[in-house]
Write a protein of this length. Structure first.
Length: 236
């Protein structure tokens, strides 16, 4: 985590953009690592995400805007740091989005990609992977772009192939947590699985996903849960 903190402090008074910000979780991480920024903007194409994020932050330097990441309204060379967190596997056109990120990046700036890995995980982290891939399968059935996550080498290969910028650094990031899950955490995870399944309306498909859900629930109850390792990649 220190290395990530050092990255966000490499430039004082920075303008930071978080693309595909969702509920602003990655921005929460940024603000826990540094207070030395001029502005942070989070963009997403979902109204609910923008509404929720605006309620979660009181800092006047942080704002959230509904915007298409493939056609951003920002001028060229607008940001010192551009972040893409856990969004790579959601993209239908990775090359297109990376070109747009590079367009709004200042010449001396950096793009930071933070992406969940599917390899080298502990038994508890595999519970996160199972839950994530379960949700991704349901999203695809509902017509959304949500692919399964990548191996670390695949992430690096995609960025090398699709980005005009060069990879300058890469490292793994894990989140420290208590060794055992609380009963409340486990219950919340089980309810999360049920909430994900609410998107399925067809009874036959609901039975299909219900069997998968039961297996994941049993795994979480037996093994526990931990967040999967993230791969951090810096492009310049």
């Amino acid at each position: 985590m220190k290395k990530l903190g050092d990255f966000f402090n490499f430039k004082k008074d920075a303008r930071i953009l978080d693309v595909g910000t969702g509920n602003g979780n990655f921005i929460k991480m940024i603000t826990s690592l540094t207070d030395d920024f001029k502005e942070i903007i989070g963009i997403d194409n979902l109204d609910k995400a923008i509404e929720a994020s605006n309620k979660n932050f009181e800092d006047e330097r942080i704002k959230f805007i509904k915007m298409d990441a493939f056609k951003m309204d920002f001028e060229n060379d607008s940001f010192d740091i551009v972040c893409l967190s856990n969004s790579l596997h959601h993209l239908r056109d990775i090359n297109g989005i990376l070109k747009e990120l590079a367009r709004v990046l200042k010449p001396d700036g950096a793009i930071l990609v933070n992406e969940m890995m599917n390899d080298g995980l502990t038994a508890k982290q595999k519970a996160h992977l199972q839950l994530h891939h379960f949700a991704a399968e349901i999203d695809r059935e509902c017509g959304d772009t949500h692919n399964e996550t990548f191996k670390a080498k695949e992430i690096l290969g995609i960025l090398e192939r699709e980005s005009e910028l060069q990879i300058k650094d890469a490292w793994n990031l894990t989140y420290a947590r208590p060794e055992s899950n609380t009963a409340e955490e486990i219950e919340w995870l089980l309810k999360t699985i049920d909430r994900v399944m609410m998107k399925i309306e067809d009874k036959k498909r609901l039975q299909y996903y219900g069997k998968k859900a039961d297996k994941i629930k049993k795994y979480i109850k037996k093994i526990g849960f931990d967040s999967a390792t993230q791969l951090i990649v810096v492009l310049r």
